[in-house]
Design a protein around this ligand. Structure first.
Ligand code: PMV
Length: 328
């Protein structure tokens, strides 16, 4: 194991879950309560360079050109501690990270962020991890980052401990033409973090165990739909799964929601489009932005429809993206 003598750069794309992770079995190791499944997106990614240097007195984290305060860099530094422990040294690191997300999009994601950090930091530390072990490492930063190691359709196997909870590719380069139209409805930071929201759901929602049972079934349905290229089964089940997740926020104590008025309007418009014969489905994560899953041939028409309502710059067409790449 040799510590790299130059910065190592990794690029990872963000992903959108079709079957979501919403709750942990183990908070420290980030072992989820159910299997999840996502599409890696081509338009949004993070690029991160890491070098471990003996002369540094502390970790130096620069995010989009700004040096992060100790508070803001805590998650990154905790993650680096884990990498140092695995590598068996205690040098500090210089981390330079950039988010390639349209500036107003507000879609900055811990998924691409921790996947890129895992790739760059592990290689910089001289750890030669395979993709599976890289996904296990990324998991320690953020659950959804587990899946951003791979491209295309990706599953995160729940597992029961650190060794068995990892991502694997289902279809890295999907042959069918699928797109995700992203509606950027707000750029504001979410009020309830996914970490807090999940914990509330596990501890207080009376529907939590039903969520786990339904998600395990949704996982099988969506996986089979991908294998059969059955778009309607994939879209319908993804939409149902998203609403089941959001039912957990509404049924938590205290209750809360990630929807805003525009999210509800957008979801209704997706249903109206379906009635007109355009096959598309919505999903939402821990924020008010709505993502529309559709077939590539319909993406432009759907995007134009939503641009007329929410504005031209608020709508982006994305396609399945690549897995992580790491420079030497
Ligand atoms: O990885 P986290 O802690 O940001 O949680 C992600 C949660 C969802 O995006 C809502 C669902 C998912 O599976 O990505």
């Amino acid at each position: 194991m040799v510590i790299a003598d130059h910065p190592i750069t990794a690029k990872a794309h963000t992903n959108i879950a079709l079957v979501k992770y919403w709750g942990k079995l183990n908070d420290q190791l980030i072992i989820p309560q159910n299997d999840s499944l996502s599409i890696t997106l081509d338009k949004f990614y993070t690029q991160t360079a890491v070098q471990f240097l003996p002369e540094l007195a502390a970790d130096d984290v620069i995010f989009d050109g700004q040096v992060l305060s100790d508070d803001a860099s805590l998650r990154v530094r905790t993650f680096l501690n884990h990498v140092r422990e695995l590598a068996g040294f205690d040098y500090h690191a210089r981390v330079i990270t950039k988010n390639f997300v349209p500036t107003s999009a507000g879609l900055a994601s811990s998924a691409s962020g921790f996947a890129a950090l895992a790739g760059a930091a592990s290689r910089a530390a001289g750890l030669a991890l395979n993709q599976r072990d890289l996904s296990r490492l990324a998991r320690r930063g953020s659950g959804s980052a587990t899946r951003s190691i791979f491209g295309g359709f990706v599953a995160w196997q729940q597992g029961h401990d650190d060794a068995t909870s990892f991502a694997y590719p289902i279809d890295e380069r999907p042959a069918w033409d699928i797109a995700v139209v992203v509606l950027v409805l707000t750029v504001k930071q979410k009020k309830v973090s996914s970490r807090v929201g999940m914990r509330l759901a596990v501890e207080t929602s009376p529907f939590y165990s039903a969520w786990v049972t339904a998600s395990q079934a949704d996982f099988k349905t969506v996986k089979t739909a991908i294998q059969n290229q059955d778009f309607e089964a994939l879209g319908h089940t993804s939409e149902q799964n998203a609403m089941r997740m959001h039912a957990l926020t509404l049924s938590s104590d205290p209750n809360f929601t990630y929807f805003n008025a525009d999210s509800i309007k957008a979801m209704q418009l997706v249903k109206d489009l379906r009635l007109q014969g355009i096959v598309c489905y919505f999903t939402m994560d821990a924020g008010p932005n709505v993502k529309i899953i559709c077939q590539g041939a319909d993406a432009k028409q759907i995007a134009q429809h939503f641009q007329a309502v929410f504005g031209k710059d608020q709508v982006l067409i994305t396609r399945p993206g690549a897995g992580i790449s790491i420079s030497d």
